[in-house]
Each structure stands twice: as structure tokens, then as C-alpha cells.
Design a protein around this ligand. Structure first.
Ligand code: ADP
Ligand code: MG
Ligand code: MG
Length: 883
């Protein structure tokens, strides 16, 4: 096998499609080189080597030596320089690059190939000793950190001391001699900390860096990132070795990052930041405040430092042409890294740009209209899960805002929460269900877990492409970056802003759309689903086959669901209606009665209330199917807990509190999930289901009479395991329907069906279907009963199970396709063998999960049902599954 792939100088061994093999960075460097863009020459060591490296105990096979030597020779040939040549040295970068981008997660070493001799050669050939020594000290610093694993604080401190001694603030104010002195100091530090001198052999440097990049794949932060983003650990990273180009060679040199469209709004405008006389990560590291790319952006921000368009107009014009070439070639918004060396533009990276949900929508719709992509591709471009960002509230424009600081609108959305100043505290407090805003001077990859736990992120430093901004946009967290007015004291856990002290735990609000930071909590409003959102949904609806319903039990939720495009209710849980303060007493009276007559009397009082519930829901859902699940939970869930409640119920039912407690303890169950619940209630206390059925049919007839449009009730029986159970309850429902229709002199169409949530029911689906007009897979319970895992107790081990790969994903989030999924497919097949065209749907949390929806499409179900806010997500996911 071959492990090394070259690019640049008219050669491209790889292409954009080779991401699995070459990583995203390597594949796209090869692609850019092949379409004639200026890419410094280099080579990529494939991800297959990463796997082999770990399989063979973190060692390289001998054959790799020759391949890497050939790769270096390729770079030497194209650049005309030699690696390690004292007179005119070739320097390279050694860069990581996995299949999918993991921003800032893995390591990169720049300026490799410098040593005490080559630094002199670089000084001579560049005619710029300052640049040469600056590059050398950067190299030692990075190498010490990334490859030797030495504490980087010591090096940073040495730099601070050098600046203090000279009485300057900025790196740019240091001169050649200062850098040279710092290099000596750095080498001393390496010797002190590593107990060996800094390696002078350039080949040793190169192999050290290659090993470090492969090694960074298993670093703690890379693992955390993979876990949060469901990236498999066996993908591995590639290593890219590439000729250095220098953005730190004076005022006609620069380095920058850019997006071909605005990643925040999706606007069709070049967007980015750059720094004159700077290298690599300077732009994103927040060391100097970056400058705008375009004149327009600079003017809008009223910034003084010239934009690239103004400072380097010719290179800017070339860059703009490159942007267009890239967009046309990739037909996708690109995120780019570039460097200008003495007026010459070099491309260092391109990838499809991370963007907010709003931008994703706009870009997809715009690109379809520009003819760059088709409507179907536009539908496929938007991540359904990301829509969540748009379906949530933004700040109420009418609400009063006490603005205390302003930063950059780095990631939209609004969030209120308690200010916390470190990631661990953020994670801990969020674990206790507290909303927190993570406030940092700037963020780094070590903060990822805290950013994930926080409702929003606020930084004092950093631009729109800073670590905080990029990560927040990717996670869908609101973010305000570079709020210069904040003065943060990590030790004291507080910040000063606008003359006020804000301590850990004080509530603040950030608006990621405006960059405003406010004191206290600010009211929010619901989003409107118009514009690009509406257009994309229309395209999605055209493409999908699955119907989308909602899980809702209140008229308000039903209304929201309809607004979001629900085509019916897939699950209306009736027990929620029983908890109402005014009804609960009658519910308790019904449960505690020891004779049928007592129960009937209490149920008669509940009937009108239950009928009203359904009447309102049917009105909202007129013309659409509404699946109503008969009472499901064990009765003791409704019983009193506190002394006060006992006293109150005792009074209402005319019993002593002691007597009541006795009865309650009789109802206790050891394993309620598998206890006296679901249709077992209907079998033992038929009068309960009879009351519910009566309420449903009386309401349906009433709505049909006065609105003219009859609702379509689908009466659903929970927890059925045998045909006999369903047959008994079905008779009761049909009998009740007949009675109501006769009394009212009008009938409506209705269906009777069952939930499939027990393995036995799935196996016996062929026989159960003889009594059912529809099946709805209740995947929450079905997952519990199939896996034998209680959802409420799974917390203790499930995370570890997923981490260890025992389950590919949390089975309560995405359907366990191999187990639960197989039972669903089997039940669908057996059910439809009995009743061709039997209506099949899924309710439960999985109905709003895109992966599970894809499974439902594949299995040929008729509909999915999701919570109202997830209906648009389900519509889009259903379309993607069908395309
Ligand atoms: P990351 O994946 O963290 O962005 P990169 O490999 O892209 O890491 O490198 C980090 C920085 O170093 C980037 O800003 C990139 O532009 C710069 N860089 C990488 N290789 C070179 C090179 N050959 N010449 C100049 N700058 C480089
Ligand atoms: Mg990096
Ligand atoms: Mg990069």
C-alpha cells in the first residue's frame, strides 16, 4: 500500500473525494492544486497510516521512510530549496487533518526545518533577520509544546519578560536581536524542561512532528470533541507536510481567514479577517485584534485599521477571484485560510464553512436560486437538527434591555443565565439544570465541555472567526465575542463592566445577533417561520413521503404544531389532563373507591372536563387525524404524596388520612413500568376507558355538528401484548361509539388501533392486526422493553456504553436499529400481511430524531410524530430520507 500522496507544482495524487483517506485538509489541498490555485507544494500521509501507527504500538513501518523522503524531494523540486540546507533552507509545516474538521483539536507545527544554521540562511536569503529569528522562536515554542509536550506557560512568560525588559507591549515591536536573544532563552528552557538540547537535525524534527500529529488524535481534548460530535475513534487523522509560505515578512505580507459568504447571516458577501505581518494562528488566537477583509465591513464597524481591500488591493482582487472559483467549483460556501508572502497569494486550506442555521437556510435557498444547486440539493444541505436554533425564541424587541457591554455578534440567538468564568463550573452548574453563560477572556479547545454545557458564550477578546465564535456557531450556541469592555478576573470569579461588578452566579443576557450584553434576564419572543425557512420547507414537503404529526395534548400545543406544519396528532396523552388541579381530586376519588359504583360516580364528574379537552383539540385539528391514547400510567402516579395532600383528599372522599395511606400502600408496585398500567387498567376497570371513549365520541360529534368538518379520532390502546386484550377493549370502544352516535343522531368515522411497545406485540402483530386499524410504535417504552433497560435508571451506565461503542448511539435518542428496529420491521410486515395497507406510525421521542426518521422511511411507515417544536425538523428529515 501507498501512504504518501503529493500535491502542488502541477501534481495532485489526491482529490476532494478522498477525504476518508487524506483527511479534509489534505484532500482539498490536492483539489485546489489540481484546479490551478496557488497552493504551496507538499504531501499527505494518509489516515491509513494513523490506524497502522496505533495498531503497531505507535511506531512507523520502515517503508514509510522512503515514501516521506520522496515526498520531501517533491517539495524540494518544486520550491528549488533543500530541507536542512544551511544556505537556502526549505521550511515546512506539519499539519493534522481528519475526515471532518475538528477546529483547533489537533496539533500543527510551523516553520519546521529551522536550526542554528538554517536560521542564518533564512536571514540571508530573505534579507530580513528579524523575520528569520521570529520564525525560529515560533518554531521552538510550537515544537516544545506540541512535540515535546513541555509546559507552554514558561515560554509565554519568557516572551512577556523580553517585552517588559524592552518596555514594549506588542510582539511587532521586538527586533531581530530581541528575537535572537529569546531563541537562546527558549533553547535553555527546552534543555531545562526536556533534559536534552533542542533537536538540530531537521529530519529528527520532521519525524517528531509527524508522530506528534498522529499522537494528537488520541489527546484528551480530541477525544472529548469526538464524543460530543459522534466522530468514530477509528477514523484517524492524516498528516500534511507542506512548504512554508510566510505572512510575517513585512508589510506586504499577511495572513487571514475568510468565508465566501457570511457564516452568521448567509448574506452573499465576502467575509473575513486578516493581519498584516503575521503568521498562522495569529488571527484566531486573539493576540492582536484582526482587521476586516472588506472595506464595507470595516466601515460598518467604524474600525480604523485598513481592510485588506484597502491595504493590499491587488492581492485582495485576486483573493476575490479565488473565492468565486472555489464556490463555483465546490458549489458550496467555503471557509478558507490564506497567506500573502510579499504580495503573492497562497491558499492554505478550504473546506465547506460552518454556519448558523439561519445562514444554512439562506445559503441553500440562494444557491438554488442562483442555479448553483438544485432544489433537492438545497433540501439536503440543511442539517435538520440545526433548525432547532431557529425554532427557539429571540429577545423581545419591546423588552427593556440594560446594556452593559457590546461585542461582536458572533453567533445568533439570545440566552440568559448565570455568569460563570470557567468551563468546569459551567458544566457542573448545567448538570444541576441551571442556565449558565460561560464568560472567558478568550476560549480555547480546553473549554469545549463548558461551552457545550452553557446556554451562551461571552468573550472579552477575539474576532468573528475566533475559537469561541466558530465553535459556538457549530454548536448552535449564541455567542458574543470580543466584548472589550469586560475586565475579567478568573481568580476572584468576577468581572467589571461599565462600572459594575458581576460575580459568578449573577444573571446576564447575551444577544448573539446584535452583540449586546445585558444585566439580568430579558424577555424573549417566538420566531416567525417565514422567508427562506418557508421556502425550504415547501421544497422539503414536495420531496417527502412520510407524513409528519405532532405529540400534543393541549389546544395551545396543537395550535403550535399546526403552525409548524403538523398533519395531525400522532399522540395525545390523556393522563396529563388528569393532573389538572381541579380534576385531580375526582381522579383520586375514582382510584380510591373500592367498588365500581364509587368509581363510576367519580368518573361521571370527570367526563365533562375530558369532553371539553377533546372538543377544543378537535376544533384546532379540524379535518386532521387525532390519535388519542387511552389512560396509560399506573394509577398510583395520581395519588397524594404530602401530608397536606392526604388531608385534603381524605376530606374530599370522606375517609381518614390513615385509611387512605393504607389504600395507597396497597397500590404500591415494585416495578410500575411493567405493572398495572396501559390496557391492563382498561381490562380491570373498563369504566375508565368507557368514560374516555364516551368523551372522545361526544366531542367529535359536537365538533362535526357545529363546524361541519368532522375530526378523525383514532383511539389508541396502550401496552397491548395479545390479540385478546385488544379485542375486549375494542368491543368496549365500539359499543360506546354506537351508543353515543345513537344518542346524538350523528356519527363520525373513527379508527381503533394499538401501540406496539412490547416485544410480544411485535411478534404477534399478525394476529393483533385482526383487531387493529393502525399500529403506532411507542418507541420509548418499546426501547425499554426490548433492551430491558429502564430509561429512568439508564443514566448510570448509558454514557459509558455509548463511549465504549456497546451501543452506537443513545438508544433513547436514535432508534436501536438492530434490535428495536428489527422488531418494528417485523411487526410492520406481519401486521400488513393480515391487513394490507395497515396504517403505521411512530410516536415517542424518536419521531423527531433525523436518524430514526430515516429508519422509518426505509421501513415504510406512514407517519412520524414529534413534539410540536420538532415538527419542522421532522419534515426536513423526512424529505432528506426520501431523496
Ligand atoms: P488547524 O486545522 O488548527 O486550522 P492548520 O493545519 O490549518 O491547523 O494550521 C494552523 C495555521 O497555520 C493556519 O492558520 C494555517 O494557515 C497556518 N499554516 C499551516 N501551514 C502553513 C504553511 N505551509 N505556510 C504558512 N502557514 C501555514
Ligand atoms: Mg490548530
Ligand atoms: Mg486550518
Amino acid at each position: 500500500v501507498r501512504y504518501v500522496y503529493r500535491f502542488g507544482g502541477g501534481v495532485s495524487d489526491g482529490k476532494a473525494g478522498d477525504k476518508n483517506l487524506l483527511g479534509g485538509k489534505g484532500a482539498n489541498l490536492a483539489e485546489m492544486a489540481s484546479i490551478g490555485l496557488p497552493v504551496p507544494p507538499g504531501f499527505t500521509i494518509s489516515t491509513e497510516m494513523c490506524a497502522r501507527y496505533y495498531a503497531e504500538g505507535e511506531r512507523f513501518p520502515d517503508s514509510l521512510r522512503q515514501e516521506v523522503a520522496d515526498g520531501v524531494a517533491h517539495i524540494e523540486k518544486v520550491t528549488g530549496k533543500r530541507f536542512g540546507d544551511a544556505a537556502d533552507p526549505l521550511l515546512v509545516s506539519v499539519r493534522s487533518g481528519a475526515r471532518v474538521s475538528m477546529p483547533g483539536m489537533m496539533d500543527t507545527v510551523l516553520n519546521l526545518g529551522l536550526n542554528d544554521e538554517t536560521v542564518e540562511g533564512l536571514a540571508a536569503t530573505s534579507g530580513d533577520p528579524r523575520f528569520a529569528w521570529d520564525s525560529y522562536r515560533r518554531f521552538i515554542q510550537m515544537y516544545a509544546d506540541v512535540v515535546l509536550g513541555l509546559e507552554h506557560g514558561a515560554f509565554e512568560e519568557a516572551l512577556e519578560i523580553a517585552k517588559e525588559d524592552k518596555g514594549v507591549h506588542l510582539d511587532t515591536e521586538l527586533e531581530a536581536g530581541d528575537w535572537q536573544a529569546l531563541v537562546s532563552r527558549y533553547k535553555e528552557l527546552v534543555e531545562e524542561l526536556w533534559e536534552k538540547p533542542f533537536p538540530q537535525d531537521v529530519h529528527e524534527q520532521l519525524w517528531g512532528a509527524i508522530g506528534a500529529v498522529f499522537g494528537s488524535w488520541q489527546s484528551e481534548r480530541a477525544r472529548v470533541y469526538r464524543r460530543l460530535n459522534s466522530i468514530p475513534g477509528d477514523w484517524g487523522t492524516a498528516v500534511n507536510v507542506q512548504a512554508m509560505v510566510f505572512g510575517n515578512m513585512g508589510d506586504t505580507s499577511a495572513t487571514g481567514v475568510a468565508f465566501t459568504r457570511d457564516p452568521s447571516t448567509g448574506e452573499r458577501a465576502y467575509y473575513g479577517e486578516y493581519l498584516i505581518n503575521a503568521q498562522g494562528e495569529d488571527v484566531v488566537a486573539g493576540i492582536r485584534t484582526p482587521q476586516y477583509l472588506t472595506k464595507g465591513a470595516r466601515e460598518r464597524a467604524a474600525a480604523k485599521a485598513p481592510s485588506m481591500e484597502e491595504a493590499l488591493p491587488d492581492v485582495y482582487a485576486e483573493l476575490a477571484r479565488v473565492f468565486d472559483t472555489l464556490e463555483n467549483h465546490y458549489r458550496e460556501m467555503q471557509d478558507i485560510e490564506f497567506t500573502v508572502e510579499r504580495g503573492k497569494l497562497w491558499m492554505l486550506q478550504t473546506r465547506s464553512g460552518k454556519r448558523t442555521a439561519k445562514a444554512a437556510l439562506k445559503i441553500a435557498v440562494d444557491m438554488a436560486r442562483e442555479g448553483l444547486i438544485s432544489e433537492e440539493e438545497a433540501v439536503l444541505r440543511v442539517d435538520p437538527a440545526a433548525l432547532d436554533q431557529l425554532l427557539h425564541p429571540t429577545l423581545d424587541p419591546q423588552a427593556e434591555r440594560k446594556v452593559i457591554a457590546k461585542g461582536l455578534p458572533a453567533s445568533p440567538g439570545a440566552a440568559s443565565g448565570k455568569a460563570v468564568f470557567d468551563a468546569d463550573t459551567a458544566e457542573r452548574m448545567a448538570g444541576h439544570d441551571e442556565s449558565v453563560i460561560l464568560v472567558r477572556i478568550e476560549t480555547s479547545p480546553e473549554d469545549i465541555h463548558g461551552m457545550h454545557a452553557a446556554k451562551g458564550i461571552l468573550t472579552a477578546r477575539g474576532g468573528m472567526t475566533s475559537h469561541a465564535a466558530v465553535v459556538a456557531r457549530g454548536m448552535g450556541r449564541p455567542c458574543v465575542s470580543g466584548a472589550g469592555g469586560l475586565s475579567i478576573d478568573y481568580k476572584a470569579k468576577r468581572m467589571r463592566v461599565a462600572g459594575q461588578e458581576i460575580a459568578e452566579g449573577d444573571v446576564i443576557t447575551i444577544d448573539g445577533a446584535t452583540g449586546e450584553v445585558m444585566l439580568g434576564e430579558v424577555a424573549t419572543v417566538q420566531p416567525e417561520l417565514v422567508g427562506d425557512f418557508g421556502i425550504l420547507m415547501e421544497w422539503a414537503d414536495r420531496a417527502r413521503r412520510l407524513k409528519v404529526r405532532a405529540n400534543a395534548e393541549t389546544p395551545a400545543d396543537c395550535r403550535t404544531a399546526r403552525e409548524f406544519g403538523a398533519e395531525g396528532i400522532g399522540l395525545c396523552r390523556t393522563e396529563h389532563m388528569f393532573f389538572d388541579a381541579e380534576r385531580i381530586t375526582n381522579v383520586r376519588r375514582m382510584i380510591l373507591a373500592d367498588k365500581e359504583a364509587g368509581r363510576r360516580a367519580a368518573l361521571a364528574k370527570l367526563l365533562p372536563a375530558q369532553r371539553d379537552d377533546f372538543t377544543e383539540i378537535f376544533r384546532v385539528m379540524a379535518g386532521l387525524p387525532v390519535t388519542i391514547r387511552l389512560l396509560d400510567p399506573p394509577l398510583h402516579e395520581f395519588l397524594p404524596h404530602s401530608e397536606e395532600e392526604f388531608a385534603e383528599v381524605a376530606r374530599a372522599v370522606g375517609e381518614t388520612a390513615e385509611g387512605l395511606k393504607q389504600r395507597v400502600s396497597e397500590l404500591h408496585e415494585f416495578n410500575p413500568m411493567l405493572g398495572h398500567r396501559g390496557c391492563r387498567l382498561g381490562i380491570t376497570y373498563p369504566e375508565i376507558y368507557e368514560m374516555q371513549a364516551r368523551a372522545i365520541f361526544e366531542a367529535a360529534v359536537a365538533v362535526a355538528k357545529d363546524s361541519g368538518e368532522a375530526p378523525i379520532p383514532e383511539v389508541m390502546v396502550p401496552l397491548v401484548g395479545t390479540k385478546a386484550e385488544l379485542a375486549i377493549i375494542r368491543q368496549l370502544i365500539d359499543r360506546t361509539a354506537k351508543a353515543v352516535f345513537e344518542e346524538q343522531g350523528r356519527s363520525v368515522d373513527y379508527l381503533v388501533g394499538t401501540m406496539i411497545e412490547l416485544p410480544r406485540a411485535a411478534l404477534r402483530a399478525g394476529s393483533i392486526a385482526e383487531e387493529a386499524e393502525f399500529f403506532s410504535f411507542g418507541t420509548n417504552d418499546f426501547t425499554q422493553t426490548t433492551l430491558g433497560v429502564s430509561r429512568d435508571d439508564a443514566g448510570r451506565f448509558l454514557t459509558e456504553y455509548v463511549e465504549k461503542g456497546i451501543y452506537a448511539r443513545d438508544p433513547f435518542v436514535s432508534i436501536d436499529e438492530e434490535g428495536v428496529g428489527e422488531l418494528i420491521a417485523l411487526a410492520a410486515e406481519r401486521g400488513r400481511a393480515t391487513v394490507p395497507g395497515l396504517k403505521l406510525g411512530i410516536c415517542g421521542e424518536h419521531g423527531g430524531d433525523p436518524t430514526s426518521i430515516a429508519f422509518c422511511e426505509k421501513t415504510g411507515l406512514d407517519y412520524v410524530s414529534a413534539s410540536p417544536y420538532r415538527v419542522p425538523i421532522a419534515r426536513l428529515a423526512a424529505a432528506q430520507a426520501a431523496l
